[in-house]
Ligand binder design. Structure first.
Ligand code: HEC
Length: 133
């Protein structure tokens, strides 16, 4: 019983300090740490957000091309011109609540943007940066 109440206490503090995280984002961050990430660098993710790569059609592209730079505002897909809901969890509570969805889009978007998958370090940095928007 004592162990249970201590762990509940610890997780209460954890959730209180990372208020905008979700069970899905917590679980992914734990996974990335298990994959070797020891220091998360949200400032690097901020810079990476506008780091340009070359899309398949040869056009210059970054994360901000589709998601924008003000993450409280909707983005727009560069090809389909479809509106992409804001990335900020403050205005869009559905963000980063589904582990599979997050991983699926990391894979696809990193490939589209930089021509390769993001590694665990980059994903941990991005996720932490995004949760703080
Ligand atoms: C070609 C347009 C495009 C680019 C470029 C792009 N994204 Fe996305 N992204 C999308 C779309 C479309 C979705 C799925 C629709 C949605 O979640 O609103 C999405 C969803 C995501 C999600 C899932 C969010 C959630 O709620 O689970 C993450 C994480 C993400 N993108 C990160 C990135 C990162 C990091 C980059 C740059 C490396 C990037 N995106 C570049 C179009 C793009």
């Amino acid at each position: 019983m004592k162990i249970i109440s201590i762990s509940m206490f610890v997780s209460t503090i954890f959730f209180a300090t990372t208020a905008l995280a979700s069970p899905a984002s917590d679980s992914l961050l734990t996974k990335y740490k298990a994959e070797g990430v020891s220091r998360i660098d949200a400032a690097k993710a901020k810079a990476d957000w506008t780091k340009e790569g070359k899309a398949e059609d040869g056009e210059t592209i970054s994360c901000s091309t589709c998601h924008g730079s003000d993450l409280s505002k909707p983005g727009k897909h560069r090809k389909t011109h479809k509106v992409i809901d804001p990335m900020s969890t403050r205005v869009n509570t559905e963000r980063f609540t589904d582990e599979k969805k997050i991983e699926k889009w990391f894979k696809r978007n990193c490939n589209d943007t930089w021509g390769r998958e993001c590694n665990s370090q980059e994903k941990a940095d991005f996720l932490t940066f995004l949760l703080a928007q």
